[in-house]
Design a protein around this ligand. Sequence first.
Ligand SMILES: Cc1ncc(COP(=O)(O)O)c(C=O)c1O
Length: 385
Amino acid sequence: MPIYKDSFQSKLPEIPTSIFSIMSTLATQQNALNLSQGFPDFESDAKLIKLVNKAMVNGKNQYAPMPGIFSLREQIAQKTESLYGVSYNPDTEITITAGATQAIFTVIAATIKKDDEVIIFKPAYDCYEPTIELFGGKPIAVQLNPEEFSINWTAINELISDKTRMIIVNTPHNPSGRVLSKNDMLQLEALLKNTNILLLSDEVYEHIIFDGEKHQSAALYPALVERTFIVASFGKTFHNTGWKMGYCIAPAELTKEFRKVHQFNVFSANHPTQVALAEYLKTPSKYLELGDFYQQKRDLFLSLIKDSRFEFKPSKGTYFQLLNFKNITNESDYDFAVRLTKEQKIASIPISVFNENKYDSKVLRFCFAKTDETLIKAAKILCNI
Ligand SMILES: Cc1ncc(COP(=O)(O)O)c(C=O)c1O
């Protein structure tokens, strides 16, 4: 291929290939159990697949309306009201997106200008930082402590300046499985009250929460609702991450700005899937039982590895479990993850890649959205290390 000769300056010069692609490719090459990337190794409900098929057969194969089909937005409004007691207008406050990643990109594109500061918490999901940078913003990264992953809100208060435009929170949190408490949310609310700082609340694991905890959606806090974009993912909730379906809810003024970008970013999301989801959401048990479903998987996995040399605190939400390997080796988490994939045939994610300055706390992330059979095989391997 001829080389492009003009001086070409990358907008993201520091971005390497995503660790998810690296570890999943290695897992395939090595024929290893893949507990690295966050997706289930079991099928989505056959009923939902049938509904998508039916929508296709019924001709729902052309563009959906730009904000998404009304019946799906209506179902999301009802679900949000019944869970969090706040009523979002499906016409003006709910937009269907091509997964949560597109929603996050669109929120940032619509709101962040050059030199705006955005506070994020590390370890952080990998799309936040580069997206902020693409639009000239400055990520202000706060490294969470590696034991509790708790947030010191007083310290956050000190980081706030007249340049702070947004804070991004993620609960339940990938990769740690930490969930924000009511007290966290009240402190965040107090911090943001009387400022014009926006909140991006990444709630893709809202239904995957354990041990009787209640998900602390930003929607529960009035002084947050007025400034918050909440993003959600059907892929995480209904075991079909490959469909890339999600949504963004925000007050009308914010949604207006969101849609200005959304219409040129993607215009509209997959139509037959929207028709199917609108029908499927009429059965709330499909998402209300998700926490119990994954708690059983977490408990199975942890009971099987309790005598291994890995140390852990049970995940409180998400379908990820962190395992500390400091009793096993001094290798870097990256090297150890690669070696485990090659030699022991089990793939994980080294969490230094999500940390500020690649801080290595000797911890790997394992995804337990897997069949019991896969989890039993994985545990056997981990117990022999
Ligand atoms: C915290 C977090 N946010 C957003 C996403 C992206 O969700 P989606 O697959 O719907 O784009 C993920 C996926 O892993 C995630 O873990």
